[in-house]
Design a protein around this ligand. Structure first.
Ligand SMILES: [Zn+2]
Length: 408
């Protein structure tokens, strides 16, 4: 084959790979690196020449690198494979929690370099000023590295452009222009609902070993102060149809108890009023505590008491698990997806919650020929891990876009 023929052959192979496939390939490289071209081709269901054509511009652009693994654990011949190039670039994750905010910096492979944690101020303007200062401090220590993207995870729904937090019921914030405020500090800012960010995190984490693709569709239930839902369809976040564009966030306020406890949204009997980590604490306290303001003990303390053998603490967690299961059965029925990952602070008490949750789901779905798989996710996915995943996702999407143009 002459060099001209080879060049045109590679070009057509590259053109056969659309943007979506290039993005899927980058995501797989990140999840399973170092990974060989043969393995990539096998997992993505295309031939090796297609992979070679698609990886060349990414190698040229310095997004990917290929070579022997330098892992000290390697015995014998080191595996040769593709990996994301980490030098020179960093990503920032910001997790705005109702109680605390985390700001962290990581490499594109997900390794966290440094992080700061502080109590979330009650005022949105103050919060953004503090975040901006934290990003500046973190970047000062890695001044030679370019910030590729900033992912912000927020406790409420976001606009379609993913730049503004529309409202955060537990913080009392409305229309907070997060991207616009943080933008001048560095790179592109992507604002994402916290349950969606956690779903991205779990999707990426499960990709590595999911050769049969069973985790390409799942529901993420994030339970912390409130409850939010993220939906993954065919490996990507499902955002719902139409201009409203964000399905996530609203399930927490579906009614599961008629005329039940008063919720922060103004309605009664909402799911999150019975099945969130905060609700578990309220239940334990006998609901004498007020509906607003911080409860006198934290969820982690409740779990600690249950682990120490306190029966009342264990009963509160079991009851919360049952309520969580009732809502999850509704979500499974509504969306027709039978795999669920539970994330957020609630999973700290998973050993007490799991069984009553599973039983409630089975009862509700009895006779419907589905056997749902329900697993606990990592707590970090609902925090800084999720926020960083939002940044990584943007970085990989941009890389797939950029190199497609370079290849023409
Ligand atoms: Zn509500």
């Amino acid at each position: 084959m002459t060099s001209k023929q080879r060049s045109s052959h590679e070009k057509s192979a590259a053109e056969a790979v659309d943007r979506t496939t290039t993005r899927a390939m980058l995501k797989l490289v990140r999840a399973a690196q170092p990974i060989s071209r043969a393995e990539l081709a096998r997992r993505l269901g295309c031939n090796r020449s297609t992979i070679t054509g698609a990886t060349r511009p990414l190698l040229d652009a310095g997004v990917l690198t290929e070579g022997a693994s330098l892992s000290p654990r390697t015995v014998g011949r080191p595996p040769i494979g593709l990996r994301l190039r980490t030098e020179g670039t960093v990503l920032v994750g910001v997790n705005i929690g109702v109680r605390q905010t985390q700001v962290g910096m990581a490499r594109v492979d997900g390794s966290i370099l440094q992080e700061e944690v502080f109590d979330t101020p009650g005022d949105a303007e103050r919060e953004l000023a503090v975040i901006k200062e934290a990003i500046g401090r973190l970047h000062a220590r890695f001044a030679h590295d370019r910030i590729e993207a900033i992912g912000v995870s927020v406790p409420g729904p976001v606009d379609v452009e993913r730049r503004t937090l529309l409202y955060a019921p537990h913080l009392g914030w409305q229309n907070v222009s997060i991207a616009e405020t943080l933008q001048p500090s560095a790179a592109t800012v992507i604002v994402e609902n916290d349950a969606t960010a956690a779903a991205m995190f779990e999707a990426s984490r499960r990709l590595k070993d999911d050769r049969s693709g069973v985790w390409r569709d799942f529901i993420l239930v994030r339970a912390g102060t409130g409850i939010g839902i993220g939906v993954v369809r065919d490996g990507e976040i499902y955002r719902g149809a139409g201009a409203s564009g964000n399905l996530a966030g609203e399930f927490g306020h579906m009614t599961i108890v008629a005329g039940g406890k008063l919720c922060v949204c103004g309605n009664r009997g909402c799911w999150e009023r019975y099945a969130s980590a905060t609700s578990a604490v309220m239940l334990y306290l006998g609901d004498r505590a007020p509906t607003s303001g911080a409860p006198p003990i934290r969820y982690a303390e409740l779990v600690r008491r249950a682990e120490a053998g306190e029966l009342r603490a264990q009963a509160a967690l079991r009851q919360t698990g049952e309520y969580l299961g009732i809502g999850i059965a509704n979500v499974i029925s509504g969306l027709g997806i039978d795999r669920v990952v539970v994330s957020g602070r609630i999973v700290l008490g998973w050993q007490f919650i799991r069984e009553p949750l599973q039983m409630a789901v089975q009862r509700a779905l009895a006779g419907r020929l589905v056997e749902p798989v329900i697993e606990a996710g990592l707590v970090t996915g609902s925090g800084l891990g999720g926020a960083l995943e939002v940044a990584v996702d943007h970085f990989l999407t941009e890389a797939a876009e950029r190199t497609r143009v370079v290849d023409r």
